[in-house]
Design a protein around this ligand. Structure first.
Ligand code: IMP
Length: 409
């Protein structure tokens, strides 16, 4: 597997962390290329449940180096806290290497997110991610490499504080300097590292954060995150042209969304509440209840068109056990007309009516299943229907929260 990308096919929270952790068993390097501490990749293994925000999920394996490309926005305080939590679980220290070109999330970015109202209007994760990316595009950001020049950092922060207020530039500058003293050896030219690792034939895994429908440009704008969440983020966030051998799309067997924005197959009634409780659909980063609904094949076809998945990981299939019937959205209608493609505006996407197929459910619990034969016939038919609609094979099926609760097909 020289190079594999794992990409969320929905609105994030597809259980990418678990899929990445599984594939990283055979990888030398695991790379995050987008997003920041807004991500919440959950891995449940022998040490307990790790909720990773910045650390690449593959780096929980001692053999796998975790890299953060320049597309990732790094909050130094969150990074150190996260490593502290992993240590408290008794885990080996992850080996990490960060691009010196990564932009920093600074305390005032979180202030701005509240003040500008985006936190409430979009239902963001309140981690300062949007303002850090805004500063980057506006050419007002601070990067890890800048920490080599403490005086310039202090001047920068003083300037920002005089405009924004709400934080003490001297204190922040000192904390950043202390951070740099600990981290400088692990910061450098990640672009070169990855390019060379690929040339050496090392197995590199690219771990997308958030999902295709949260992509800044291709997602449900403005209810999106501020980075490139699709497979195109690999080039965007690393600066390496990668011949990907596989692009694995990760989708739940149903759909969830956290935060505001259109969600055509949302079920605000009993079925949605049932999925939330059975699937434990509460945000890994914010604890917010996730909105829940049925699998949306229109959205998945769109995600496939963008990413050209070579395989799918269908996660949380076990959550559907016990439903007599399962609904699957196969089309949208708008004002009585069939809609081709995935609408670009929230006005249209908010008004479409999903067209559903109903397929029979199954009552058996799936947790112990490890092969296709262990799955009930109705579950196998559900998987085949998804494969048939998208024309992409399902290679992995999630049947429980643990790293080994997977059926490989
Ligand atoms: P931000 O990324 O914090 O700016 O939030 C923008 C939108 O993306 C909000 O709707 C968030 O709930 C959503 N979001 C950001 N990161 C994730 C994630 O990792 N999983 C699911 N939703 C996310």
């Amino acid at each position: 597997m020289p190079a594999i990308a794992v990409i969320g096919a929905q609105w994030g929270d597809e259980a990418k962390g678990k899929v990445v952790h599984l594939l990283a068993r055979e990888a030398e390097v695991c790379v995050r290329f987008n997003g920041g501490p807004n991500a919440g990749h959950t891995v449940t293994d022998a040490y307990g449940t790790a909720r990773l925000h910045l650390v690449p999920s593959g780096a929980l394996h001692p053999h796998c180096l975790g890299i953060m490309g320049h597309g990732v926005v790094v909050d130094p305080w969150v990074l150190e806290q996260e490593l502290g939590e992993l240590r408290a679980q008794g885990r080996p220290e992850p080996r990490l290497f960060l691009s010196e070109r990564c932009h920093l999330i600074l305390p005032h970015h979180k202030l701005l997110e509240e003040r500008e109202g985006t936190a409430v209007r979009l239902g963001t994760t309140r981690r300062g991610v949007g303002p850090a990316y805004t500063a980057r595009v506006a050419r007002l950001g601070l990067r890890l490499a800048d920490l080599r020049f403490p005086q310039a950092v202090k001047e920068h922060l003083k300037q920002v504080a005089s405009h924004v207020g709400g934080f003490n530039p001297e204190v922040v500058a000192e904390e950043l300097q202390a951070f740099w003293a600990r981290w400088a050896p692990r910061v450098g030219d990640a672009q070169a590292y990855i390019a060379q690792a690929l040339e050496r034939g090392e197995r590199v895994l690219f771990e997308g954060a958030q999902g295709t429908l949260l992509d800044l440009d291709l997602g449900t704008y403005p209810y999106v995150t501020s980075s490139t969440t699709t497979v195109h983020g690999v080039g965007w966030g690393l600066g390496v042209r990668v011949e990907l051998e596989q692009v694995v799309g990760v989708t739940k067997a149903y759909t969830t969304r956290v935060g505001e924005g259109p969600f055509p197959t949302e079920d605000r009634g009993e079925a949605g509440a049932w999925l939330r409780e059975k699937g434990n659909e509460y945000g890994a980063t914010t604890g917010r209840p996730r909105r829940c609904g049925w699998l949306d094949l229109v959205a998945l076809r769109y995600a496939h068109r963008i990413n050209r998945f070579t395989a799918l990981a269908l996660t949380k299939l076990d959550v559907l056990s016990g439903l007599k019937e399962i609904k699957v959205c196969v089309g949208y209608r708008l004002r009585g007309q069939a809609v081709g493609g995935f609408p670009a505006t929230v006005q249209e996407l908010g008004a479409v009516e999903p067209v559903y197929d109903t397929v029979p459910g199954w009552s058996e619990e799936l947790r112990k299943a490890r092969t296709a034969e262990d799955l009930p016939a109705a579950a196998r038919r559900f998987i085949a229907a998804v494969e048939g609609e998208l024309g992409v094979p399902v290679r992995w099926v999630g049947v429980g929260p643990g790293v080994d609760d997977v059926v490989e097909l």
